[in-house]
Design a binder for this molecule. Structure first.
Ligand SMILES: *Cc1c(COP(=O)(O)O)cnc(C)c1O
Length: 466
């Protein structure tokens, strides 16, 4: 007898697909709540047994008790950290990727999936102005992308002969926490450059490199941020990139959050210099309306990444060898050339899900104009929110938003006031907004990402602070 786990079952399919259909049709998506450990553990207690359960019971438990204990990142009222706003098309296609067990590790195994992913990477490289031949792969998130890229930066310096015993990457303390973590993993120290009004500038970098700050001679690369997570600020990419080029330093640009705004003509000039990047990270699961988990990692010269990341194992040799019909001119580079492209060669991973395909499907269906319009709508909503805040007497706008993150303060409030207010907003399902710290003081922070986060929602939030 066949093992029933591998036999298609109409009833379970109807149950699960029915749930998916309901969830996808929610409009608007409810915010929902967090949860306490004890009741959740009590609920799950004894569920996994030798005999199993009726799928309707398990799904019901998920629907009624677990799903509601997850704050919906895709609700237009979800404004903490960096929320999500996946398109319906991308969510639907994510189900296709899952239903097809579609992996995309090597060209040998997954040519069709890799070709489509590379088409999207090509669009992003084009938006950034990277040269022909740029390429890379999709990884799980900005953190994995930063680690993979900085590893290439570190090792390329050594391969080029400007290695040092203690390589360092220059950055400011406004760089994302995942950069510090990546450097720690890599055994590389940060060379911290003083930020000028929270931004890395060429002047500050040049001064630090020429100073007697310990480690200046060991700097092999620079990390710039295009859209800081706390405030949405963009470093002086042009100046820093040019200086990095002049000094032979690896230029890494972390645009995990901000990169989506490359689609928006109204702010595109703020990204000038991004085209100088040796490596670039953009998270489509943030501002490119893709489902979790999806980060684009691009290299100016993918061959450098390949030299660092290709995994050697006897059983993997076949994916690196020429295959009939897939390999042509030796030495061609770039994902659109007539040569096999192994995503596994461009990050520290091996097996990987074809996580670029939901974005590919949505972009192909809707077209790039729809993405431009969605990003511009979010930017406009952020400007409106800032205008509303700055004309509200009991509020103070910390600074006009550069992208779509708005920082503001309530006159006279302490940290405890912000925390109590934040908890109440969630309890009342008005919004998920958590406080942050700006220049040593607590501030409210809203990160807009969903085109449906309108001024009306922001007004509701503002009214609760009166
Ligand atoms: C979110 C973010 C990261 C980390 O990305 P994950 O996808 O959460 O791993 C890195 N850098 C910046 C600037 C970010 O906003």
């Amino acid at each position: 007898m066949r093992n029933p786990m591998f036999v298609f079952d109409e009833r379970t399919a109807d149950l699960v697909l029915g749930y998916c259909r309901e969830r996808l049709a929610l409009d608007p998506v409810p915010l929902d709540f967090g949860g306490y450990a004890r009741p959740l553990h009590a609920l799950l207690e004894g569920l996994i047994t030798p005999q199993g359960n009726d799928p309707a019971r398990v799904l019901g438990l998920f629907r009624d008790h677990l799903a509601t204990a997850v704050i919906s990142a895709d609700s237009p009222r979800s404004l903490s950290f960096i929320p999500a706003a996946p398109t319906k098309a991308s969510l639907l296609f994510d189900m296709v990727v899952s239903s097809s067990s579609m992996h995309a590790t090597s060209w040998l195994e997954a040519a069709g999936a890799v070709a489509a992913e590379n088409q999207v990477l090509g669009v992003l490289a084009g938006l950034a102005g990277l040269p022909e031949g740029a390429g890379g792969c999709f990884v799980s998130g900005g953190s994995a992308a930063n680690l993979s890229a900085l590893m290439v930066g570190r090792d390329t310096a050594a391969l080029r002969g400007h290695g040092t015993e203690r390589p360092k990457f220059a950055c400011t303390d406004e760089a994302h926490s995942s950069v510090a973590k990546a450097l720690k993993v890599l055994g590389v120290e940060p060379f911290v450059v003083r930020a000028v009004d929270h931004r890395l500038t060429a002047g500050a970098l040049e001064a630090a490199l020429g100073s007697d700050q310990p480690g200046a001679a060991d700097v092999v690369g620079v990390v710039a941020t295009a859209g800081t997570t706390n405030a949405g600020l963009i470093d002086d990419l042009g100046g820093v990139g040019s200086l990095a080029r002049e000094r032979g330093l690896w230029f890494h640009v972390d645009a995990a959050y901000g990169g989506g705004a490359l689609f928006a003509p109204s702010v595109r000039m703020l990204f000038e210099g991004i085209e100088l990047a040796d490596s670039l990270v953009i998270d489509p699961h943030k501002w490119l309306f893709a489902p979790f988990d999806c980060a684009a990692l691009l290299y100016r010269q993918p061959a450098l990444a390949k030299a660092v990341h290709t995994q050697d194992a006897a059983y993997l040799d076949v994916i690196h060898e020429a295959m009939p019909g897939v390999q042509s001119e030796a030495g061609t580079q770039g994902p659109t050339q007539d040569a096999p492209w192994n995503p596994t060669d461009y990050a520290f991973h091996l097996t990987r899900r074809a996580r670029g395909l939901p974005l590919w499907f949505s972009l192909a269906v809707h077209g790039t104009d729809a993405y431009r319009d969605a990003v511009e709508t979010v930017l406009e909503n952020a400007r409106e929110a800032a205008a509303l805040i700055s004309t509200t007497p009991y509020l103070e706008l910390v600074r006009p938003p550069t992208l779509s993150i708005v920082l503001f303060r309530r006159n006279g409030w302490s940290r405890a006031d912000y925390e109590a207010w934040s908890a109440e907003l969630l309890a009342d399902q008005v919004a998920f907004v958590t406080p942050t710290v700006w220049e040593g003081e607590t501030a409210a922070r809203i990160a807009l990402l969903h085109p449906d986060t309108t001024a009306g929602i922001v007004r509701e939030i503002v009214d609760t602070m009166a």
